[in-house]
Design a protein around this ligand. Sequence first.
Ligand SMILES: Nc1nc2c(ncn2[C@@H]2O[C@@H]3COP(=O)(O)O[C@H]4[C@@H](O)[C@H](n5cnc6c(=O)[nH]c(N)nc65)O[C@@H]4COP(=O)(O)O[C@H]3[C@H]2O)c(=O)[nH]1
Length: 655
Amino acid sequence: MLNTSADTPKNTMTTGHKPPVSELARFRAQRLTQVYWITLVGLGVAIIANWKISADLTTVLILSLAEILLIWGLRDLKNNKVDQAASILLWTLSLSLTGSIVINSGLRDPALLAYPAILIFAALFGNTRLFISLFSFLIFSIIFVGATDIYQWKEFKQFTINWTNITDALIILIVIGFTVRFQALDLRNALKRLERENEKFRVSEAKASYLAQYDSLTGLPNRALCENRFALALHTQQRRGGLCALLFIDLDNFKTINDSLGHSIGDAVLKTIADRITDSIRASDTACRFGGDEFIVILTDLQDATQAERISTKLLRTLSKPLQLEQHFIDTSASIGIVLAPQDGDSFDAYCKNADIAMYQAKADGKNLCRFFNDQMNTLSKERFELITGLRSAIKRREFRLHYQPKISLASGKWIGAEALLRWQHPEKGLLAPGIFMDLAEETGLIIDIGKWVLQEACTQCRIWHDQGFDSLDIAVNLSSVQFSRGNLEREVKKALRKSGLDGHYLELELTESLLLGDAENVRTQVDKLRAHGISFSIDDFGTGYSNLSYLSKFDIESLKIDQSFVRKILNSEQDLNITIAIINFAKSLGLTTVAEGIEDAKIMAKLKALGCDLGQGYYWSKPLDAEAFTQQLQQNLSKCSADTSTSGATESNH
Ligand SMILES: Nc1nc2c(ncn2[C@@H]2O[C@@H]3COP(=O)(O)O[C@H]4[C@@H](O)[C@H](n5cnc6c(=O)[nH]c(N)nc65)O[C@@H]4COP(=O)(O)O[C@H]3[C@H]2O)c(=O)[nH]1
């Protein structure tokens, strides 16, 4: 039964406003209005027929009264009093039809045909009370009129068919027909809507249950399903005998790819990797995405551990094949940790943790490798955890230090700048080089805070040197790709310059090649903003990254730093010599300064000078020094250079 509290007069009275009308109530009111109008028209036609054809004025009077009552009911409908309007309609019809029956032919009167229609209307539009009261009234009317006829309390008119009867019968039929048709349509539409809703629900339920078990990006089972599959594999294996293995695969350079080439390329790489893994294993094995760039492979039916190793090696080979996405050629590789079941764990979490530890060992041993888990690795994993915990508090505990390595003009031997290199004065392990903690700092995002500290400290120290009279000295600071992608570099650099009072022209930021390749637009925007403050840029470890040189034209940089792996071997390896020559010539053609890193002896220095390299850096002059030691060496170099200049000046004037 359609009934809404919004229709109740109580509601209207208490709020003093029109009650809010629900969609359903509005729809019901609309239908009732249509039925009202059909009935009004029907009654109108019946009035005319009774008047013109039968000249039955009593019936005309009853029907006219009914017409007036219905017009009154329509007003209620307009005011959203749907229940009230339904009552008026049905009581008006019941009373007028019963009146007509009593006046005319009793139970033989065609108006009796409308009784079932009234009950249908009551069932569709009214509430239970209205239905029961009308039902009772109609039953009573039939009994009463029937008894009147049987016991001759009143003589009814003889029933003879005339055109008024036909018109009345047609009107009743038409009104019932339309109303039933409307209701049938409503019911059908409601069913269709319900079906559509059901379908939507089924689709979203299927999607939710898919997402609860599968990774939406790669389509591989997710961690939850992986756990189930592993439990199943273990159970089957225990019944059949033999071994199961769980391989924990982590991509070696995914963070760099994602940070430098952007997330859409990152996603495409993950999809390709997922496909490659799936293609490399048997249908009975399972590949899952564990999260981020981590995948798990469950191998079953293994005879011995070497089989797991063979499959891992095959996976490493497949995953290290370069892939091309859009215009990018991307080098990928992975590290794999292997655990065997049942011996390497007692729960899914324990197997995963141990495989993760083995995977980290593979990374520590040089990446693109696989390693089986063993108990000693637990110690290593603990160390890693302790290192991360230590790193988190190292800034607050003021444990970071900067060491400075001079940059020397190969032509004059003068110290023209310094590169700031980070050190961690660990409370137990002593002074740690960045190689030990930099990857962890980047992985955990701690590099952002550490990088801020480095910038501030380096700018402050350079300003101190300027104040001490070394006022042309530059300072170079290394930047991580994470600082570009996640930090607010411009704000941090400006802050460091403002707080230290250093002129931006003395600050150089060292970038890596991979950084420039990726989200080039973002990097270029940030580089351009920083250049507006006078800051210059160099590319570190040049020649080791992606050998796509076209990116250089897009960025305004000042210098290329030739990687020490080439520099160290220029006297012994023709190939490294040729690469070094090519880089120097290439830099010159673009008007860039070249800096050779890792110069350890005079012969290499002389060779680079002869090749036209501008600046050098390396143990030949000095290892990275703390600020105090650097200042002393700087002073000595300045004195030496001044002495050399005056000697050469004196020699020239003697000539
Ligand atoms: N064998 C040999 N080595 C030489 C010689 N001359 C210099 N080196 C070492 O080569 C590295 C040069 O720095 P890099 O290429 O920027 O490479 C740096 C840089 O990429 C990164 N790094 C250092 N400090 C920071 C920092 O504050 N922020 C960031 N993001 N990275 C940093 O860590 C890397 C390693 O830094 P370090 O361990 O200090 O190692 C330094 C330096 O001590 C030489 O003649 N022979």
